[in-house]
Design a protein around this ligand. Structure first.
Ligand code: MTE
Ligand code: MO
Length: 168
């Protein structure tokens, strides 16, 4: 009887620890790490992201069909991080770049100036949706969409970090 009880207890311990581990995996919220030459680095979580002002972009993907993306302007994410935008974006600050990295190792850069609305009208957003649905798993949870570039090569998928640096 005691042996049986021990067995059941052991099984229970295994089940509980497995379930809490699985739960921790599920709870780990998707995020993007914003770092580098900025005064307020932060980790952007999906819930913070959901509270920010959104813009919509329609662009053709490689399938040559229009898709609708809703997200936050990269400019706004960088202003929140204390990047030198607007009046401060002059002189040496014009040599700053913004490197975006993905979980598959793919990386692209923008110059900081091309993300400032005083320099360019081209909308560049970080999005988590396509056609009003969460991004396909292979593209998300976060993707950059560049409105006016014909080539989608800088529409980087699976974004994990955004790093601001000075060109050397
Ligand atoms: N993370 C990541 N994003 C990426 C790429 C990649 O290899 N890794 N390829 C880029 C290139 S070269 C293109 S053409 C588009 C392709 O997107 P699509 O297959 O959804 O049209 O994704 C871009 N984003
Ligand atoms: Mo490509």
């Amino acid at each position: 009887m005691k042996k049986y009880f021990n067995k059941v207890l052991l099984q229970l311990i295994f089940t509980v620890s497995f379930l809490s581990l699985a739960n921790a995996q599920v709870k780990k919220e998707a995020s993007v790490n914003i770092t580098g030459e900025i005064t307020k680095p932060y980790v952007l979580t999906l819930s913070d992201f959901a509270k920010m002002p959104r813009v919509e972009i329609i662009r053709k993907d490689r399938d040559d069909k229009d898709h609708q993306y809703s997200g936050v302007l990269l400019t706004d994410l960088l202003i929140k991080a204390g990047a030198t935008m607007g009046k401060e974006l002059r002189g040496n600050n014009l040599t700053k770049y913004v490197m975006v990295e993905a979980s598959d190792g793919y990386r692209i850069i923008f110059s900081l100036a091309e993300l400032d609305p005083q320099f360019s009208d081209d909308k560049i957003i970080l999005t988590n949706t396509m056609d009003k649905k969460p991004l396909p798993v292979a593209d998300g949870p976060f993707r950059i969409i560049v409105q006016n570039e014909t080539k989608p090569a800088r529409c980087i998928k699976q974004v994990t970090s955004i790093k601001i640096g000075f060109a050397k």
